[in-house]
Design a protein around this ligand. Structure first.
Ligand SMILES: Cc1cc2nc3c(=O)[nH]c(=O)nc-3n(C[C@H](O)[C@H](O)[C@H](O)COP(=O)(O)O)c2cc1C
Length: 167
């Protein structure tokens, strides 16, 4: 098997956020896709080790922000290489709170608010399927960053908690 074949799969770069018990977090996430249109449902694959995983399970709510190509590596790294267990990732980050859940607007091309409707257990990760309760374009002048752009142009790496770790 040639593991490099996995580099030919395309993804975007998103911030997936949630909150519960007075705490909030958000994680950089590439494994996001729309799965139905009526109702609009979106799936995301989340590591069981992430703080965001705990928060989504507790609150049953999350948000997704599609991140634009011009977002600096530092912004993506804030959400992708640190845990919200130890820091407030939203300090100095533009966001609003809706229905108790943070929604990142900084460097966002579009934002989605979701309620959790189903989970699929994959061992190390769970796929969360959310029904969209609100969505809007926040910046139509920018392109959403692809995972390939993140690697090839930003020079970014992927940590072990990402389902695509190693690629
Ligand atoms: C480019 C990139 C893509 C990532 N994709 C995912 C993903 O799809 N699923 C996931 O669970 N973690 C993914 N991660 C890892 C999480 O963002 C990371 O584990 C984060 O620190 C978790 O934060 P938390 O503990 O506050 O939830 C990704 C990280 C990067 C940098």
């Amino acid at each position: 098997m040639d593991l490099n074949a996995l580099t030919k799969l395309h993804y975007g770069v998103y911030i997936l956020s949630s909150a519960a018990d007075g705490k909030m977090s958000g994680q950089t996430t590439n494994s996001v896709m729309q799965v139905t249109s009526d109702p609009v449902q979106i799936a995301a694959c989340v590591s069981k080790q992430n703080f965001t995983y705990e928060l989504i399970n507790k609150s049953g709510k999350f948000s997704i922000s599609a991140i634009s190509q011009e977002a600096p590596f530092k912004f993506i790294g804030n959400f992708g290489f640190k845990s919200g267990r130890n820091i407030n990732k939203f300090e100095n980050i533009e966001h609003y709170i809706s229905n108790g859940i943070p929604v990142v607007t900084q460097h966002a091309t579009a934002v989605f608010e979701l309620e959790l409707v189903q989970k699929i257990d994959l061992g190390t990760h769970e796929i969360f399927i959310g029904k969209v309760t609100e969505m809007k374009i926040t910046d139509n002048s920018q392109t959403t960053m692809t995972y390939e752009h993140y690697h090839k142009v930003k020079g970014g790496l992927t940590p072990k908690n990402a389902p695509t770790f190693g690629k």
